[in-house]
Design a protein around this ligand. Sequence first.
Ligand SMILES: CC(C)(COP(=O)(O)OP(=O)(O)OC[C@H]1O[C@@H](n2cnc3c(N)ncnc32)[C@H](O)[C@@H]1OP(=O)(O)O)[C@@H](O)C(=O)NCCC(=O)NCCS
Length: 198
Amino acid sequence: MFRNARIETARTRLRPFTMADLAVFREIAGQEEVLEFLPDDRMTPAEAKRLLQWLIACYDEDTLERLVKFSLPIALRETGEVVGWVGLGPLDFDVAAIEIYFVISRAHWGKGYATEAARALLGYGFTVLGLPRVVGVVDRRNGASVRVLEKAGLRYERTVEGLPEAYRSYEGHLLYALTADEWTRRRLGNERRARDTT
Ligand SMILES: CC(C)(COP(=O)(O)OP(=O)(O)OC[C@H]1O[C@@H](n2cnc3c(N)ncnc32)[C@H](O)[C@@H]1OP(=O)(O)O)[C@@H](O)C(=O)NCCC(=O)NCCS
């Protein structure tokens, strides 16, 4: 379910990371534009390797009761090129909540890949993993990320405030959310509309 996850979208394939992805993982994770609104610092090559090893180890630790981190590279179906990744995991400052996150290589921004992958992973999260609710936390200046959350169906819930010192970097961020019930209702509505127009 985690180690063997395979999710197909119109243009992409989401599948587990392997160490063969290290070069592209390092390259994308080091891009200036990618890091602009993220809390992460630039990683050394050794840190990037350790992080990828950990993300891969997480596939064996993840359970339906407790997600540790579930990140999948986004590979183009036509060429196999990895253009970014998308994932689900506990929110830093509220580990009972599961957040969705996504990263796309600068050269591929604006092509709809993050939205396509996020929608597919949300569907997997609600139907296969049985998640009741998924949130997204975003720096309000990160317009592209806000837009991806909205297009994927999440709605603004609140501004993050009053966190303990250790989580100060999230202060003022926007919290978006989508429940499994809302996702199901929207999907059924879309299917009904599609039937009515054919
Ligand atoms: C956020 C990110 C993943 C978006 O990836 P992407 O594949 O380009 O996203 P999409 O093409 O699916 O959608 C982007 C949307 O944002 C819009 N957009 C782009 N820049 C924007 C801005 N500054 N303000 C408002 N909207 C913006 C695009 O027009 C598009 O919306 P549209 O389809 O209605 O035109 C990518 O920019 C990225 O990797 N950023 C760095 C990492 C990051 O911030 N990740 C999010 C944290 S969880």
